[in-house]
Design a protein around this ligand. Structure first.
Ligand code: ZN
Length: 137
C-alpha cells in the first residue's frame, strides 16, 4: 500500500518516518490506494404473458447497468400465464402448467449462468431469481 505525506502529498517508501521532501512526520499519513470501482449489472427473471389467452407466456430477464437496459435472456419454451395488475405470473393451476413453467425456468437459469450471471440469493416469487454480473468494459 502506498504512503503519502499529509503535508505535501509526496509518495513515501514503506516504513518512512518522515517525508523525504518536506520533513513532515509520517504518522497517520496513510492514504488507501484507490480501488477501481467495481461495477455490476443486474437482472431479474420476470414472467411475460403472451399469446392468445396467455397460452404462450414466457420468462424474460431484463438487465440494467451502466450500458443501459437490455434483454439478457428470454425463454424459447412457453407456458400458460395470467395477466395481473400486480405483475404477470405463470398459471400453475392449468393442466400441465406447472411443469411447462418450470421447464421454461430451467431454460432461463441455464441461459443466464452460461452467460456469466450469478444468483444474488435474493428472490421474489418462485421464478423471480435475481442475478448480477461484473460489467464488461
Ligand atoms: Zn512532505
Amino acid at each position: 500500500m502506498a504512503i503519502y505525506c499529509m503535508q505535501c502529498g509526496k509518495e513515501l517508501p514503506d516504513g518512512a518516518k518522515f517525508c523525504l521532501k518536506c520533513g513532515n512526520p509520517v504518522g497517520s499519513a496513510v492514504k488507501p490506494t484507490p480501488q477501481p470501482e467495481q461495477k455490476w449489472e443486474y437482472c431479474e427473471i420476470v414472467c411475460k404473458v403472451g399469446g392468445f389467452s396467455g397460452l404462450k407466456s414466457y420468462f424474460m430477464a431484463q438487465a440494467t447497468g451502466s450500458h443501459g437496459v437490455y434483454i439478457a435472456a428470454r425463454s424459447t419454451k412457453t407456458f400458460y400465464g395470467i395477466d395481473d395488475t400486480g405483475g404477470d405470473y405463470p398459471d400453475t393451476q392449468a393442466w400441465g402448467g406447472e411443469k411447462k413453467a418450470k421447464e421454461a425456468l430451467d431454460e432461463m437459469i441455464s441461459l443466464l449462468s452460461a452467460d456469466g450471471w450469478a444468483l444474488t440469493g435474493d428472490k421474489g416469487s418462485w421464478w423471480q431469481y435475481k442475478y448480477r454480473r461484473r460489467e464488461r468494459s
